[in-house]
Design a binder for this molecule. Structure first.
Ligand SMILES: Cc1cc2nc3c(=O)[nH]c(=O)nc-3n(C[C@H](O)[C@H](O)[C@H](O)COP(=O)(O)OP(=O)(O)OC[C@H]3O[C@@H](n4cnc5c(N)ncnc54)[C@H](O)[C@@H]3O)c2cc1C
Length: 417
């Protein structure tokens, strides 16, 4: 039994790396292929001309300014262009995260029902892609097989979980972020809150007609639990769970028999065959008087040009983060392949041990990122993360308010670069 399972896992890992090679050059060639006109026309379609850049942006192989600058080399864009706007969502979520901190993990304001009215556990039929609703089961299969999911499919999945099954958004968000190759706590948890209505003024709802318009045929879900008018979906989203259960049993009879899919296991440590180790005894002596650049999974780019030429570059996985937010094996392999191109030495280490291992260094620097800043700032000076839009100091609750402030007085996207 062990061997076929191992083969299967290697197959999944290879599929992630085949479709999205873990390198900066792959990211740059994707930027070269961005077609802004087609993006505007087709981005809502599952087979539309989206950029596929999110794993590279999430892991810092490229930055938002680099993406926009690359696109603008070929075509100028209005500041209100849809692509610029969507890049803005990523930065907006960073803005909210900077102000709310860990508050992004809790409902930002009340949604259609009190938090306690939702089930805190994601049911097995959803995790295993056997709900009998084709759009949901297909989304789960795609997620596990590729580590990615189109934005529209993420919205459908989240809406189904929260508003039709009355599962708390946090349970769904924690599950999804673990399985996405681009899993990012800001974009993911705040998007779930947007769908749930705890970070937006109303719940996001969809139905089978909407799926038929934007997805290939195998996703279509006529006659399933999502084949309902919007008024009915809205009532379900706002009603008591007992009422939902009654309605549920009448619209989803006997939960069609489905094969389902296996949820990949999550790990808080890298696979043993990757050359990622605890810092060797005596690391503090070896690094004595040296400058150190700490590379980490959220900023995998070359060290800054002003780093001393004798500086040591070390890749670091902070144990506390990965214990709280484990990854599937495929993501570990993807990230470490990209990291090993920049850092031969990579550590998995807790924050205290990191401090001890670096104690002798003359200076330690790294790149700021909200996933890790609480630990890294104890040992390193953090260079600010590259931003695309001018900073908006005052906290904006809505994207539209943030967008107006961030783009005030600007006319063309070139003015951002
Ligand atoms: C429930 C849910 C969970 C999500 N979780 C994540 C996540 O963990 N990580 C993540 O990077 N994105 C997340 N998103 C946002 C969005 O779905 C992805 O960024 C997008 O699908 C990535 O594909 P792409 O690179 O082809 O996007 P494109 O449409 O080509 O957009 C280009 C880039 O703009 C940014 N962007 C576009 N749309 C959004 C958006 N709605 N929100 C934030 N940034 C956006 C991304 O960085 C993206 O790479 C989530 C959305 C939803 C609804």
């Amino acid at each position: 039994m062990a061997e076929p399972l191992q083969d299967l896992l290697e197959g999944v890992t290879a599929a992630w790396a085949d479709t999205m090679p873990p390198s900066r050059s792959a990211a740059l060639s994707r930027i070269d292929r961005v077609r802004p006109g087609a993006y505007v026309r087709t981005r809502n379609h599952l087979e539309g001309a989206v950029t596929g850049l999110s794993p590279y942006l999430t892991h810092g192989l490229v930055t938002l300014p680099e993406v926009l600058a690359g696109v603008l080399q070929r075509e100028s864009l209005d500041i209100q262009h849809k692509l610029v706007f969507e890049l803005g969502w990523r930065e907006f979520f960073r803005h909210v995260w900077a102000h709310a901190g860990d508050g992004i993990l809790r409902s930002l304001h009340p949604g259609p029902r009190p938090d306690a009215a939702y089930d805190p556990v994601l049911p097995a039929d959803i995790r295993q892609g056997r709900t009998g609703v084709p759009v949901i089961d297909e989304a789960v299969r795609t997620l596990y097989a590729t580590g990615t999911l189109h934005n529209h499919a993420r919205m459908w999945l989240a809406s189904y979980v929260v508003h039709l099954r009355h599962v708390h958004w946090r349970a769904g968000a924690d599950w999804l972020v673990a399985h996405l190759l681009d899993g990012d706590l800001g974009s993911n948890h705040l998007s779930w809150q947007w769908v749930a209505g705890t970070n937006s003024h109303k719940p996001y709802l969809f139905n089978a007609e909407n799926v038929a318009r934007y997805a290939p045929a195998r996703w279509h879900s006529p006659g399933s639990a999502v084949d309902l008018p919007y008024e009915t979906l809205d009532q379900i989203a706002r009603s008591r769970p007992e009422a939902v259960r009654q309605r549920w049993s009448s619209i989803s009879p006997a939960q069609v028999e489905c094969v389902g899919t296996t949820e990949p296991a999550l790990r808080s440590t890298p696979p043993a065959d990757l050359a990622v180790r605890a810092p060797a005894a005596g690391s503090d002596d070896r690094l004595r008087g040296r400058e150190v650049w700490l590379l980490h999974p959220w900023a995998m780019r070359a060290p800054p040009a002003d780093l001393h030429e004798s500086a040591v570059v070390i890749g670091v996985y902070v144990r506390e983060h990965h214990e709280a937010w484990p990854w599937p094996e495929a993501r570990w392999r993807w990230v470490d392949a990209a990291m090993s191109a920049l850092a031969a030495e990579r550590w998995i280490v807790d924050a205290d041990a990191l401090g001890h291992a670096l104690a002798g260094a003359s200076r330690v620097r790294s790149a700021d990122d909200p996933h890790l800043a609480r630990w890294l700032r104890r040992v390193a000076r953090l260079d600010p993360a590259p931003a695309l839009f001018p900073p908006v100091q005052r906290r904006c609750e809505s994207f539209s308010r943030w967008w107006s402030s961030a783009t005030r007085g600007l006319h063309s996207a070139e003015e951002l670069i």
